[in-house]
Write a protein that binds this ligand. Structure first.
Ligand code: PMP
Length: 432
């Protein structure tokens, strides 16, 4: 099959490379792990996006998660447009912040008080500071295979050994920061026990993605997450669920409700901004009382609670909190994934699809994968072929085999059937 035309995208890319490192404003967009130059996107509508060359795609990337209602949802657009008539930023409280906060807190047993930020990175960075301020301790434990944004303390990867200080995963992060972050493997109770044995009285928090979805979809057993929660409580450390992807994606109360486990602090982003820049962290009244100006933990933001972003969040969460929203979305996604799985089984491909709610991930293996280490980097060559074949058939997946895909409320049977057919054909090329 002939590759799609990328002439206009390629031209824009040549220009963008003169303005931005790698031609992009976030590295994964540069298409370094897949074939061809990045596609420049011109517009989106419902389940579809169009690139600068006029190619149309059914989109399963959803701007990396926020667009649970699909592109350019009319209700969000109308609300944003209405709010914008009155101005775009005041740096002062507005009623819109209350309205979005109410939609979040009313729908979520796990938070009593929240603070809005402008990105997921900021939310997590602030949650870590809050945990440290609240406990008076320094160290945090994170997991290999979980991504929590690009703040210094979290750009840290595992060293060698079961429990070690982390190693920085980005140039420019001082070793002193990495020394405060312990990185251990997921799905390993012994590693948790040992980390607490070694650093007992200095662990402020353990941070985990509610359901890790940034390095494949690494679904953890409930029993393991319960153990994690109990170990934190026993040692006076806080448990932080980073729900930037899972928040309002797997259900109104995120991964916390999925597991039935109460985290001490949660972080949200993506969906709560309906496609505009928003993040949030939240906890009990008691813990949040430590945030400035009530308490001594400083955190602020010029555009925090920005009215236009709040408007997009309000319109989005109003729809998500309507009766049966998640049931319908999740059933639709699971039917789609089950059809794909049935086809894979008939063909006998070395391929598994991991899935929860409306999130799915193709793993080119027959193993059950719960840790970052279990992913064979060589398997990404197969994703690369699938990605190219899907683009050629009008299906857009995020340009990396480590990234998950999302089914949105805007996907109908028409798009899902078309996507299934395209995936079947693409797999014929992957497994000739
Ligand atoms: N935490 C998680 C779990 C994420 O998935 C992300 C973004 N992919 C972040 C934090 C950082 O969010 P942002 O990109 O909005 O800074």
């Amino acid at each position: 099959m002939q590759d799609i035309s990328r002439a206009k995208s390629a031209e824009l890319y040549e220009k963008s490379k003169t303005y931005f490192p790698g031609g992009v404003n976030s590295p994964v967009r540069a298409f370094k792990s897949v074939y061809g130059t990045p596609l420049f996107i011109q517009k989106g509508d419902g389940p579809y996006i169009w690139d600068a060359d006029g190619n149309q795609f059914i989109d399963f990337c959803a701007s990396w998660g926020p667009l649970i209602l699909g592109h350019n949802n009319a209700k969000i657009r109308e609300k944003v447009t209405e709010v914008m008539q009155d101005g775009m930023s005041f740096g002062a409280p507005t009623a819109l912040e209350n309205e979005l906060a109410e939609l979040i807190i009313k729908n979520n047993r796990f938070v009593e008080k929240i603070r809005f930020t402008s990105s997921g990175t900021e939310a997590v960075m602030s949650a870590i500071r809050l945990a440290r301020g609240y406990t008076g301790r320094n160290k945090i434990i994170k997991f290999e295979g979980c991504y929590h944004g690009h703040s210094d303390s979290l750009l840290v990867k595992a060293g060698s050994g079961l429990v070690t200080f982390g190693k920085t995963s980005s140039a420019g992060v001082p070793k002193a920061f990495a020394d405060e972050t312990i990185v251990i493997a997921l799905n390993d109770k012994q590693a948790i026990t040992e980390a607490f044995a070694q650093f007992k009285d200095d662990v402020a928090a353990v941070i985990i993605e509610g359901i890790p979805a940034n390095n494949g979809l690494l679904i953890q057993d409930k029993d393991y997450v319960e153990f994690l929660s109990e170990t934190c409580t026993a040692n006076g450390a806080l448990l932080i669920f980073d729900e930037v992807i899972t928040g309002f994606r797997v259900g109104l109360e995120g991964a916390a409700a999925h597991y039935g486990i109460k985290p001490d602090i949660v972080t949200y982003g993506k969906i709560i901004g309906g496609g505009l820049p928003v993040g949030m962290y939240g906890a009990s009244n008691e813990i949040m009382a430590h945030i400035s100006p009530d308490g001594g933990v400083y955190q602020a933001g010029t555009l925090s609670g920005n009215p236009v972003a709040m408007a997009a969040g309000i319109a989005t969460l109003t729809i998500l909190s309507s009766e049966g929203f998640y049931e319908e979305l999740n059933v639709k996604a699971q039917v789609f994934v089950n059809d794909l799985k049935a086809h894979i089984a008939v063909k006998g491909y070395e391929l598994k699809i991991f899935t929860v709610g409306s999130i799915f991930w193709f793993a080119f293996t027959t193993k059950d994968i719960k840790t970052a280490e279990a992913i064979d980097p060589a398997s990404m060559d197969k994703f690369k072929i699938m990605h190219r074949e899907l683009l050629n058939r009008g299906i857009y997946f995020g340009p990396s085999g480590y990234e998950v895909g999302f089914v949105s409320a805007a996907h109908t049977d028409v798009e899902l059937d078309k996507a299934k057919q395209a995936i079947f054909e693409a797999l014929e090329v992957v497994y000739p």
